[in-house]
Design a protein around this ligand. Structure first.
Ligand SMILES: Cc1cc2nc3c(=O)[nH]c(=O)nc-3n(C[C@H](O)[C@H](O)[C@H](O)COP(=O)(O)OP(=O)(O)OC[C@H]3O[C@@H](n4cnc5c(N)ncnc54)[C@H](O)[C@@H]3O)c2cc1C
Length: 477
């Protein structure tokens, strides 16, 4: 008989959270801390969603999305998780750029960027100050017509090198492009510039295990291998979810699944207003990614000067479409030195990440797909040689992930790495106006994606749910 992953689960909860990405985990934790009876359902056998890791023989543990987040994570983790989690957040010291326009290493904060922009790039100090202030002053309610390209044209006309320095890391951090609203750039860039780039020491496995412990301590009923098939709506209210052959009643649902699958697969457009459905259909997905995971042999490592994060490119100019192309010219290398996991086996690992189009991978047959993955690994090793000499002899394991891999493990439509483009946020926020008790909390709108964005969005949505449930009239029985 197949294992019953819902064994012992109740027939009803205050809130069901669908998906255990960082947004879902955080929402579940806040709700349970507030005294709600919460069920967290994850379709995969592991918690974390895109915040995940995998192991390979030889003591190698690869992190998928632990490349860097802003300092704001410290506050969010302390407030909404635990001091133990917040205390493991450490700064990356060396963020390196190497491209035909410039080569430099930076601590990636406002002070260092101001020095670089004034001394190396020759920009006037007052212009730099004005730019930083303009980026930091942006908020969601501002004019959203101005694009990032227009923002750069206003401050640094004709300076493609400056645009490259300012934009390339943010494109990697949230998939935003020069054509997206400037706010999607301004918020994320300013978040990073406050103090630099940070990671979680101990690895994603340690973080997610600490989160699981904390959630369980707060009373969340956590279930893996539970693929939610349907959110049942009666009238204009959420009633229950269908999962693993059971119907579980609930007052509210927080879906951490992809916004599009939440609306069109789990709920169904027949339950929603036409105009809402049109807006939801118009929401564009964000891009996907490819990655190559490489493990150095036991005892071998690279000098720290190689960098923690290395944005390298052979493209003469910075163009967003080049960053997505199958013909890869730009890669971000993350170097995981032995102190990434102080309690681990002392391994050095390198992960190369590249933004990618799902459409370049979706129609390949098995042979073409495998051959393309091999090409990806080979091309990456060629590019790495410049920074890690003789890397082919020194690397004992290398494998690739593609948009199909991300889709497979997270069920994200088109393997989207950062949810949706900007317009997705308005649709996500409007969901409870369509169906009482239905919420979405997960990567969307660019600004609510990434580790910090999704954790903060989980908090916002959990508070909405708490307000709804506590203000609902009690029904006399
Ligand atoms: C290659 C890559 C590198 C990245 N690097 C960084 C980085 O360095 N810094 C950073 O800040 N961000 C990074 N990100 C982005 C970041 O990982 C994500 O924005 C964030 O983790 C998404 O969290 P989420 O809450 O939206 O949920 P997700 O992680 O998308 O998880 C959604 C969860 O819902 C589950 N689910 C879906 N459907 C169902 C269903 N029907 N029933 C049950 N469960 C379901 C999925 O299995 C999954 O666990 C990266 C992303 C990628 C792909």
């Amino acid at each position: 008989m197949p294992k019953d992953f819902l064994k012992g689960a109740s027939d009803s909860y205050d809130v069901v959270v669908i998906g255990s990405g960082l947004g879902g985990l955080t929402a579940a934790n806040i709700l349970a801390r507030d005294g709600m009876k919460v069920l967290l359902l994850e379709q995969h056998y592991k918690l974390g969603g895109l915040a995940t890791w995998f192991k390979r023989p030889g003591g190698h543990i690869f992190d998928i999305s632990l490349h860097g987040f802003p300092h704001g994570m410290v506050k969010s983790c302390r407030r909404y998780w635990s001091k133990e989690i917040a205390d493991s957040i450490v700064q990356l010291e060396r963020v390196r750029f190497d491209n035909p326009m410039f080569a430099l290493t930076t601590s990636f904060d406002r002070k260092d960027f101001t020095d670089l922009l004034t001394t190396k790039f020759g920009i006037q100090q007052t212009k730099v100050v004005q730019f930083f202030d303009a980026a930091r002053g942006m908020n969601f309610f501002d004019d959203q017509q101005r694009t990032t390209k227009q923002l750069f044209e206003e401050f640094f006309p004709g300076r493609e090198d400056v645009v490259r320095l300012l934009m390339e890391p943010i494109t990697y951090a949230n998939g935003s492009t020069l054509e997206d609203p400037a706010i999607t750039y301004g918020i994320v860039f300013s978040n990073f510039m406050s103090k630099g780039v940070f990671v979680f020491q101990g690895g994603t496995d340690k973080l997610v295990k600490a989160m699981e412990k904390e959630m369980k301590r707060n009373g969340v009923d956590v279930r893996i291998n539970c693929d939610v098939e349907k959110i049942n709506v009666v009238g204009d209210k959420v009633r229950s979810v269908e999962v693993n052959g059971r119907t579980i009643e609930t007052k509210a649902v927080v879906s951490n699944a992809n916004l599009r699958s939440t609306i069109f697969d789990l709920v169904g457009e027949e339950k929603l207003d036409d105009s809402f459905v049109q807006n939801a259909k118009a929401v564009r997905l964000n891009n996907s990614s490819t990655q190559v995971y490489m493990a150095m042999q036991d005892g071998d490592t690279v000098p720290r000067e190689t960098g923690d994060l290395l944005f390298c490119s052979t493209a003469e100019r910075f163009q967003t479409d080049l960053l997505l192309s199958r013909d890869i010219t730009s890669r971000t290398f993350s170097f995981y030195y032995p102190d990434t996991r102080p309690e681990g086996k002392g391994r050095t690992l390198i992960v190369s990440s590249t933004n990618a189009n799902y459409s370049d991978w979706e129609n390949l047959n098995k042979e073409q797909y495998e051959a393309s993955k091999t090409d990806l690994v080979e091309g990456t090793l060629d590019a790495l040689e410049k920074y890690v000499p003789n890397c082919r002899e020194r690397i004992v394991h290398a494998e690739a992930a593609t948009p199909i891999t991300f889709e497979h493990y997270t069920k994200h439509v088109n393997g989207s790495s950062f949810g949706t483009k900007f317009e997705g946020l308005t649709v996500s926020r409007a969901l409870p106006e369509q169906i009482d008790g239905l919420y979405h909390a997960g990567s969307c709108g660019i600004i609510m994606s990434g580790w910090l964005g999704t954790i903060n969005y989980g908090v916002i949505v959990a508070n909405d749910v708490i307000n709804q449930i506590s203000s609902a009239p009690t029904v006399a029985t």
